[in-house]
Design a protein around this ligand. Structure first.
Ligand code: KG4
Ligand code: ZN
Length: 345
């Protein structure tokens, strides 16, 4: 089954062609990051306009990369929310137009479901099945899995019982991890987006230079990063004697310590057979390394998408859409974009 995937929920315009929720034939991502960088964050109206201007060309490029055309598609999957309303509408409208014109099934995907589904895609190991899996075409999911989704808008702990059965058991009470990194970078005058900049700079700094607070929230699986952000602001405003690389390393370490410890604790609690990582912050070198070490110590298999599939892309939306269609989900042409769509599967 060949799916066309479309993603425009924030500042990436992306179209992909994916077979059987697994094999990526193309995955074209046009980032608007340079456009928004001078504003220090995503400007919704500008994002929508850029999506409108580029969606046609990105669609053509994705079909050309895959050496195919719309007539060869079996269905269309598109992000229906959450995200910026105007941005979402561009991809959704393109998907509905294609579904109508080519008489294809349409399925709306929750953006976070898409991030989780990046783990179901072939991950650059040449389709090598994970240990114990029946074959290269099989889903690499070993349920129940516990997935930590860390993006610019979400920090969620999700129990994955099947490719379409997701249950959020923990979430951030204030800033998302990516948001904390982006705002932290702004405080340190490092530019936008802050996640990759802090991740890179942290490699040259001392992670124990500044004892930043960790909000463990005992007895809860939730996260909180606003106290940490305030602590960084106070440190910077009081003329910190520490080099900026030390501040970045200590700040990132505080975030990663909590993410890793709470993920492993939750995995133990729910009897997870596998841990997964997803979302833009899963591209972090430190988070990937620390999660690998912790899972190896706990004897838990870990799956992390390649970096390009951690940040927003349409292949992950096509992967989630494939499993939704297989489970009998299909949306009508009155499907709407919902900016704060809850994850209910
Ligand atoms: O999933 P994503 O692309 O978009 C949302 O759904 O929000 O995540 C974007 C977030 C941003 O906060 C960005 O700073 C962060 O992911 N990010 C990273 C890295 N690459 C992107 N954070 C840490 N290390 C990275 N290499
Ligand atoms: Zn995302």
């Amino acid at each position: 089954m060949r799916l066309l995937g479309i993603e425009t929920s924030c500042d990436e315009t992306s179209v992909a062609v994916v077979e059987d929720g697994r094999r990526i034939r193309s995955n074209v991502v046009a980032s608007q990051v340079d456009v928004h960088a001078r504003f220090g964050g995503v400007v919704p109206e500008i994002a929508s306009r850029h999506h409108v201007e580029s969606i046609g060309a990105i669609l053509a490029a994705a079909l050309e990369d895959a050496g195919t055309d719309l007539a060869a598609m079996d269905a269309v999957a598109t992000t229906a929310g959450p995200g910026l309303q105007g941005a979402l509408l561009v991809g959704l409208t393109a998907a509905k137009s294609i579904a109508f014109a080519c008489d294809l099934p349409l399925v709306g995907v929750h953006h976070i479901h898409g991030h989780v589904a990046a783990n179901f895609l072939e991950n650059g190991e040449g389709g090598k099945p994970p240990d114990g899996a029946p074959g290269a075409d099989a889903s690499p999911l070993r349920p129940p899995a516990l997935c930590l989704v860390v993006s610019g808008g979400h920090t969620d702990l999700i129990v994955v019982r099947s490719e379409v059965d997701l249950d959020v058991i923990g979430r951030t009470r204030d800033d998302a991890a990516g948001e904390a990194l982006d705002k932290g970078a702004r405080v340190l005058g490092l530019g936008y987006p802050g996640g990759p900049i802090i991740d890179r700079l942290a490699q040259q700094g001392r992670p124990d230079a500044v004892p930043f607070p960790r909000a463990w929230l005992p007895g809860s699986r939730d996260f909180s990063f606003s106290g940490l952000k305030t602590a960084l602001l106070r440190e910077a405003q009081s003329g910190s004697p520490h080099p900026v690389a030390d501040l970045a390393a200590s700040y990132l370490q505080a975030i990663v310590d909590v993410l890793v410890a709470k993920t492993l604790a939750a995995a133990r609690d729910v009897g997870a057979r596998q841990v997964m990582l997803a979302g833009g912050v899963a591209a972090s070198t430190l988070l990937r390394a620390r999660m690998e070490r912790a899972c190896a110590d706990a004897g838990l298999p870990l799956r992390i998408p390649p970096r390009a599939l951690c940040t927003d892309n349409a292949a992950m939306i096509a992967a989630a859409g494939y499993y939704l269609l297989r489970a009998g989900r299909r949306d009508d042409l009155d499907l709407n974009a919902v900016a704060n769509l809850p994850l209910i599967t």
